[in-house]
Design a protein around this ligand. Structure first.
Ligand code: TRP
Length: 370
């Protein structure tokens, strides 16, 4: 029996295509969260995003190893709990087998009234012709909320021309987007450790309007909780205690967190000049737990702390996976905390595991010291 057949579906997963498998998961997820079943846009957008490679059978090896998820599946789901009481379902994805990574955008831009002017402003920086480096060139996020039109966000790779060019690209990006004063404070708060802090993503919301965000993400290798507290301080009004508590609940302490980097992001909206209006911390929980049973227990604890409905998460997990949680690790790859004036909450990421379930690590056994 391979890992895929462990997923409790009636049809052997091996006979499904990547799109059929992830599309079913998305349908079930939307149903679990109470979205209108009539709305076929989530599934159709996923199909368009994956592109021709979505039709490839899961029995065949992936065309290339996507970095979206650990098992190379080019899709990752997430469930965002917001303090407004709203819940969003999101899909992070990468196109497979399209002539260029921009094809998806060109396909859906008119239908979804997307504003690509900021991308056009940055294109030559982040999507250069010729040789590219790093783990990806363009990723997309599809964002679905009950009773609202889908939103689309895109991620660019600051490492595309190599690590030495990452900071200059972000700096020039900020300048072109008319937030040049934001660069120095970001460096000071989020990248003071030179070798260990690096720009990971540069993201743009594609909707028009004053709340449409520019986001920049920084990975912190071997970070202590105090490193991300310092990063969070750039956003006025954030209580560092919330950051400390988040690290303690999910990672069991103050760090250092050496197995996989913690990630910070800042969001800038219209009117933000030197200070971003939101900060998010992404905790790669899968690297700090033996299995997903432990991960889920920790996530429940932090959701309860903010009065979010943990039962919704259980239903979301049941919608995308039938395996026993303790049989693998990585179904919950990250958990993030969003803080700031324009939207606070917790987001729980959920892996498709279309290609593989990552094996659980050994759990401590009662009475036998490790
Ligand atoms: N898989 C990559 C990682 O773990 C990229 C990634 C996917 C990611 N989803 C994410 C990073 C959510 C941070 C948060 O780094």
């Amino acid at each position: 029996m391979n890992d895929r057949t462990m997923v409790g579906a009636s049809v052997s997963m091996a006979t499904l295509s990547l799109y059929e498998h992830t599309g079913r998961q998305l349908d079930r997820l939307c149903e679990a969260i109470g979205f209108d079943k009539i709305d076929k846009r989530p599934r159709e957008l996923l199909r368009q995003l994956l592109g021709p490679g979505g039709a490839r059978s899961l029995a065949d090896p992936p065309l290339f190893p996507s970095n979206v998820a650990d098992d190379t599946t080019p899709v990752e789901f997430s469930l965002a709990f917001d303090t407004t009481g709203e819940c969003a379902i999101r899909v992070l994805g990468e196109s497979i087998g399209t002539p260029t990574q921009r094809d998806f955008l060109d396909t859906v831009a008119d239908e979804y009234h997307l504003d690509t002017t900021r991308l056009d402003t940055l294109g030559d920086l982040f999507l250069p012709d010729g040789e590219r480096q790093g783990p990806f060139s363009l990723w997309y996020s599809l964002i679905f909320r009950a009773g609202r039109d889908p939103k689309i966000k895109l991620y660019l790779n600051p490492q595309i021309s190599g690590p030495a060019m990452a900071a200059p690209l972000v700096s020039e990006g900020f300048r072109r987007l008319r937030i040049p004063g934001a660069f120095a404070p970001v460096i000071e708060h989020a990248l003071p450790r030179r070798e260990q802090d690096s720009f990971a993503f540069f993201a743009l919301d594609l909707d028009r309007g004053p709340r449409s965000r520019v986001k920049v993400y920084v990975a912190h290798e071997a970070a202590e909780c105090s490193d991300v507290e310092r990063a969070a301080e750039l956003v006025p009004g954030i209580d560092p205690l919330q950051i400390r508590e988040f690290c303690a609940f999910l990672g069991g302490g103050k760090g250092p967190f050496r197995d996989r980097p913690l990630i910070s992001s800042y969001s800038f909206i219209e009117g933000d000049r030197d200070h971003p209006s939101n900060y998010s911390l992404y905790f790669p929980i899968r690297s700090y737990v033996p299995d997903d049973g432990v991960a889920l227990a920790r996530v429940h604890a932090i959701l309860a702390q903010y009065d979010f409905d943990g039962a919704k998460l259980d239903e979301a997990i049941a919608a995308i996976s039938g395996r026993r949680l303790r049989d693998g690790v990585g179904l919950i790859p990250h958990v993030s905390l969003r803080l700031g004036e324009f939207g606070s909450g917790i987001t729980v990421y959920l892996s498709s595991e279309a290609y593989r379930v990552m094996p659980a690590r050994r759990r401590p056994v009662l009475g036998i010291p490790l």
